[in-house]
Ligand binder design. Structure first.
Ligand code: ADP
Ligand code: ZN
Ligand code: ZN
Length: 715
């Protein structure tokens, strides 16, 4: 049942017919209502006496909606993350299936009749007819629509009796297995490193494909896919965010003439269901999707690719806190198929697994086409006067590149105008009323905004504490940088890309198109610009503030900063034009900056991995975090202290409880308890005890609590 309880529920089958099989959805009485649940097991004794058991109301499916492979993956995930199985299954199923919609669809298939065609005066109809003839088993309406044919053209052919429509259950591959569907056109000859990587990553097992930006990872994915499609099997390609799906679809559909489905949060419920059905029936050859696509049912999955595997968006941060990358690895291992984890900046845990030999490790260390990596220059800003965050040498460098009609990418991972609003007279700072955080000043919207809870406030004209008018913005965000650059480069074209300028479905794509078509321009952006996109005209990348990760309390902050710097630096000079990277820093001698400024991400990773080992932090150990929150300040600490006491005798290290780094968020006080263990099964056992203590606690009704296995941050 889709409820947050660590248990399943027993029911009697209907008196007539056979009991529903595991994976079948049933409608069953639950409390005062009826709900849609999924059968986990059928038959066997119950812990409840028969007279107290209720029968189900109805079986929804004749065939299981979750096949044994998918169901067992979900059960494994529930155990691994110690999360209620009902909620895990609910996360995995498209919304309409949770509500009881049929799991298989009827499709209308378009078939050629024997009639002779005379369509010389109807070229569109002739084209469509030729398309239908290419599909021996018939083409579905959906397929033809996806290829751009109009319904009216099809109707005309039906009227003329040249094609007929047939309704069928959506079953089986509609593309022709046995051929990879590679389209005619230029396919590059693989480089030596690519060749070696390809023969590695097409074997069963998990593979780290480390490739610097521009080294041709995508080409390796495409070739791996080719061999899978040749066997008539399906492939799942995970991408970190919806903004990267159109680009990925273009790459894949330019190469392969096979049905490709997408699954991401921008779809309507019925689109999502249609894509899921196509994958389950085997009608989709490739599914490209974000995080939750990892749960898709396939008829015959032969390969999983996780692109940009280090990306934090693979981890769900609330409810069922799973990592899609890690579940992809589990799924691949169970199905004995290859899982390719591709990235220029591996997550430390992935890198550690590759170093220890648990994953294979392929490296692409030269750029396809032989372009050089851009040199990196550090500017020590301690000796510089900064104007709106910029030093004079950086401004001069930007001028040179713009004069050559090239583009400059300015990176700052902070949106808004200023990090805070400060009263120069008394030192008052605008704080969020609901969080322990400063409010960000957004000048264009003329508002103070909390980036943690979304609270928005009017900008005061005078200081609320001393009534002085000396209110000043503190620190620079992308908005401020943009306006500063407008002053310094009055003639330059400025394009800002951050969450504030990128609202709406196609906003990011529109920005990317604009950048591609613009001549000389300055692009100002946050991490939205750092991810996976190609900017052939960018020859200078300026990292305004390289230091933000060095002084954070979060153990992952340094790793993330290093990844961002390498990703952004990789945007420079990818085509014929050589590039340059400039980083402004207050700590030019920081040991982490040396490998980063040499594009030596693995050297950087070795360094911080050693730091984690010394500190006993993941990935050298494993961790689970219990979080608790409440509107009453002492409650979460009391709750977690009780939990800690109940763990007496455990050999797992228990750290805390402590108030969370941001103790108050959205008006709630928060605390956390960290469990750390080098032994994963011991950690799991301790966590199970802790979760039981949480559920049984006398305070359980007065706090909200959650468990997070492999937390991405400790906040
Ligand atoms: P990455 O994803 O590793 O950053 P891409 O896969 O985008 O790199 O490849 C960078 C560029 O190199 C692309 O334009 C791609 O078409 C091209 N490329 C990839 N492999 C080859 C090859 N073997 N020969 C020539 N060009 C290639
Ligand atoms: Zn004041
Ligand atoms: Zn807030």
């Amino acid at each position: 049942m889709p409820v947050p309880l660590h248990q399943t529920f027993d029911y009697l089958p209907l008196p007539e017919g056979t009991p529903p099989a595991p994976g079948v959805r049933v409608l069953a009485p639950f409390g005062r209502t009826r709900r849609v649940g999924v059968v986990i097991a059928s038959g066997g004794p119950s812990g409840v006496t028969v007279d107290r058991l209720k029968p189900i109301a109805a079986a929804i499916d004749a065939e299981p909606v979750l096949d044994p492979e998918t169901l067992s993956l979900l059960e494994r995930a529930a155990r691994y993350y110690q999360h209620p199985i009902g909620e895990v299954i609910a996360t995995a199923l498209p919304a309409l299936l949770r509500k009881g919609a049929p799991a298989t669809a009827e499709v209308e298939v378009v078939l050629r009749t024997a009639d002779e065609a005379k369509l010389t005066r109807a070229p569109k109809q002739a084209e469509l007819l030729a398309e239908v003839e290419r599909h021996a088993g018939g083409a579905t309406r959906r397929q033809l629509r996806a290829l751009g044919y109009e319904a009216a053209t099809l109707s005309a052919l039906v009227r003329k009796g040249l094609v007929r429509l047939e309704t069928r259950a959506e079953l089986g591959a509609v593309w022709s297995p046995g051929s990879s569907g590679v389209r005619a056109g230029a396919v590059p000859v693989l480089g030596k490193e690519q060749q070696a990587a390809l023969s590695q990553v097409t074997t069963p097992g998990t593979h780290l494909l480390y490739g610097i930006t521009g080294s041709g990872k995508t080409e390796v994915y495409l070739r791996a896919l080719e061999s899978v499609l040749e066997q008539g099997r399906q492939a799942l390609v995970l991408v970190p965010e919806i903004g990267l799906t159109p680009q990925t679809i273009r790459h894949f559909s330019a190469r392969f003439d096979v049905p490709i489905e997408v699954l991401h949060s921008g779809l309507t419920d019925s689109e999502r269901l249609a894509a899921w059905r196509a994958a389950a029936a085997g009608a989709a050859a490739v599914v490209i999707g974000t995080r939750s696509a990892v749960f898709t049912r396939f008829r015959d999955l032969g390969l999983i690719v996780v692109d940009e595997e280090h990306d934090a968006s693979y981890k769900q941060m609330d409810g069922f806190r799973y990592s899609a990358r890690d579940l992809a690895v589990m799924r691949g291992a169970r199905a004995r198929i290859p899982v390719i984890l591709g990235t220029a900046t591996p997550a430390l845990e992935t890198y550690a697994n590759a170093r220890s030999g648990k994953y294979s490790f392929s490296r692409l260390e030269s750029r396809a086409g032989g372009a050089d990596l851009p040199p990196v220059h550090l500017i020590d800003v301690r000796q510089q006067r900064l104007v709106d965050g910029f030093s004079a040498p950086l401004i001069e460098a930007m001028q040179r590149h713009l004069h050559r009609d090239e583009q400059v990418l300015v990176f700052l991972n902070r949106r808004g105008f200023a990090e805070a609003l400060l009263c120069r007279a008394c030192g008052w700072l605008a704080d969020c009323p609901r969080c322990d955080a400063r409010m960000t000043y957004h000048r264009q919207r003329d508002a103070l905004l909390c980036h943690h809870c979304g609270t928005s406030r009017q900008v005061p004209q005078t200081c609320p504490q001393c009534e002085s008018e000396a209110l000043a913005p503190l620190g620079a965000g992308t908005e401020r940088i943009e306006s500063g650059l407008q002053g310094a480069f009055p003639d330059a074209r400025l394009i800002r890309v951050d969450r504030d300028t990128t609202r709406g479905k196609r906003a990011l794509e529109a920005h990317l198109e604009e950048i591609g078509e613009a001549g000389p321009a300055i692009l100002v952006g946050t991490q939205l610009l750092a991810k996976g996109h190609h900017f052939p005209n960018v020859t200078l990348v300026a990292i305004v503030d390289a230091d933000s990760g060095f002084f954070s309390a979060d153990f992952k902050a340094m790793e993330r900063m290093g990844q961002l710097i390498v990703q952004v630096a990789g945007r420079a000079g990818r085509a014929e034009k050589p590039g340059t990277v400039i980083m402004q820093t207050h700590v030019p001698d920081h040991p982490a900056l040396t490998p980063l400024s040499n594009h030596d991400y693995l050297g950087f990773a070795d360094q911080i991995l050693e730091g984690r080992r010394v500190a006993g932090l993941p990935p050298t150990t494993h961790a689970a975090l219990l979080r608790a929150e409440s509107q009453q300040q002492p409650m979460p600490m009391q709750f977690l202290s009780d939990v800690r006491r109940s763990l007496g005798g455990t050999r797992t290290e228990v750290w805390g409880p402590v108030p969370s780094p941001m103790e108050r968020r959205q008006g709630r006080f928060r605390a956390q308890l960290l469990l750390v263990d080098a032994n994963r099964s011991q950690l799991a056992a301790t966590l199970a005890r802790a979760i039981e203590a949480c559920s049984d606690s006398r305070l359980a009704r007065r706090v909200r609590w959650s468990a997070d296995v492999d937390p991405l941050d400790l906040s």
